[in-house]
Design a binder for this molecule. Structure first.
Ligand code: BG6
Length: 464
């Protein structure tokens, strides 16, 4: 018989997520500098982030829609280049934009929850010293974080540091790692990631001084890894993948050191980053308050056969230790090619709690689909089904006593996908534009919006 879980506690945070380069637009407006995401090579016919969902001009309406939806937390990100156009000097107009957004959220009883770094930085910093490749980026990030903390300290309690360090590292070329020598590229990638970890800790140190009551945490791309078979070499490959894709980043964020397996690997491959003596104390001393969890699907991993060509797979799902397998037990769709796996959310967070013992918040979880308006509406029953199944797992976690602070589906509204434009949509609210025709970016709530509104009002899935 299907188990029915209790609804959420009264203080549970129901939210929704976006990120700056994916919704804002406002390219070159209000003193915004050029972001790394503004200069990437977007193929012809796919939307870029120059207008995106035009949130920069629609944010008042967007906050009203949030209020109407009933969310009590809004997870978004600051665009570093809007706040500091060249990475060093403060752009007052950029801060004012976020002042207004934050104030409107608060007036509507919505907790503002910004992430400092969601895939983008001022392009100037890449030109000046190669972005995260240089330790100068640690100083720049610390300065930027302090500007944000000082400005918003009276209004912002929840903070995210870095969104998905795995993806930032894997797509390091978007942040200036243009090395053609593969070995050097890998070495740079781990150096960039290490510098990010030090920068994150400097930000946590600063927030403890500037906003002692703040709650701060990294946002990870949770890796729920299943071995392809029960063959011991597949199991080891799956364990390696878990270490190299998740623990390597989160252990740094929480424990301030690499897992032994990763340390060995980095040394063996000569990828071990350059460190400074003083980093050690910083890394170990400043522990986050919670972990933000982005989860879309689990990953199936198998051992890599000798001589096997895996060059077509995404770079982070293959190395000499492991490669991607196929999980035939999961239902797949065009955009959800790994399959749909709500139990993975439960299992992954359970394991995460055992390893780190910190409260968690679902910061992203959603279903992508290509959609159009039909008679002025979007009937996205597939998304409702996806969200329902995942919220149910959240209720299961809470009922079993795991500290889950909140749930923020991705995304509040349709936005530019990280690299697949506007034909891949995740929103609860439809944004009326296509990859090539920007129209007026009208907002139209989808069926999932009304369904989620009901979930929030009932404080959980309402069981008939
Ligand atoms: C996460 C990111 O990786 O997944 C988001 O934090 C991203 O920025 C989301 O949009 C979905 O990925 P994609 O590639 O479908 O946009």
């Amino acid at each position: 018989m299907k188990k029915i879980y209790k609804n959420m506690p009264k203080d549970f945070l129901w939210g929704a997520s976006t990120s700056a380069f994916q919704v804002e637009g406002g390219y070159g407006e209000g003193g915004k500098g050029i972001s790394t995401t503004d200069v990437r090579n977007v193929p012809e016919g796919i939307a870029d982030s120059k207008i995106a969902s035009d949130h920069y001009h629609h944010y008042e309406e967007d906050v009203k829609l949030m209020k109407e939806l009933g969310i009590n937390i809004y997870r978004f990100s600051f665009c570093w280049a809007r706040i500091m156009s060249d990475g060093w000097n403060v752009n007052e107009e950029g801060l004012e934009f976020y002042d207004d957004l934050i104030n409107r959220c608060i007036e509507n009883n919505i907790i503002p929850f910004p992430t400092l770094y969601h895939f983008e930085m001022p392009q100037k910093l890449v030109e000046e010293f190669g972005g995260w490749k240089s330790r100068k980026c640690i100083d720049a990030f610390e300065k930027y974080a302090k500007v944000c903390f000082e400005r918003f300290k009276d209004r912002v309690k929840y903070w995210g540091t870095i969104n998905e360090q795995l993806i930032v590292s894997a797509a390091s070329d978007l942040n200036g790692n243009h090395e053609s020598d593969q070995n050097q590229k890998m070495k740079n990638m781990y150096q960039m990631s290490y510098n990010m970890s030090v920068a994150e800790k400097k930000a946590i140190k600063a927030i403890r001084e500037i906003i002692p009551e703040a709650l701060v945490g990294p946002v990870c791309s949770m890796q729920v890894i299943y071995p392809r078979t029960s063959a011991p070499e597949d199991i080891i490959a799956a364990n390696d993948a878990e270490d190299m894709l998740q623990n390597i980043f989160l252990d740094m964020s929480v424990k301030g050191k690499y897992p032994k397996r990763c340390e060995n690997y980095l040394k063996l491959k000569n990828y071990y980053p350059e460190t400074m003596e003083e980093d050690k104390e910083l890394l170990e001393k400043y522990v986050p308050d919670f972990i933000g969890v982005n989860y879309y699907a689990s990953t199936c991993i198998r051992v890599r056969e000798e001589g096997e060509d895996v060059s077509k797979l995404p770079p982070f799902f293959r190395n000499e230790l492991f490669t991607l397998g196929n999980n035939e037990f999961l239902q797949k769709t065009r955009w959800m090619e790994f399959g749909i796996d709500p139990s993975g959310l439960y299992l992954g967070m359970r394991k995460m709690y055992e390893r780190y013992n910190l409260p968690m918040m679902v910061t992203e979880n959603g279903m992508a689909y290509s959609e159009e308006l039909v008679d002025g509406k979007v009937h996205d029953e597939y998304r409702i089904e996806y969200l329902k199944a995942h919220i149910e797992q959240c209720q299961r976690l809470v009922e079993e006593g795991y500290p889950l602070l909140g749930y923020c589906p991705w995304s509040l509204l349709d936005l530019v996908s990280s690299h697949q434009g506007f034909s891949k949509r995740y929103g609860l609210i439809f944004v009326d534009r296509t990859d090539i025709d920007i129209k007026e970016c009208r907002r139209i709530p989808k069926d999932s919006y009304y369904w989620y509104k009901n979930v929030i009002a009932n404080n959980g899935i309402y069981f008939e």
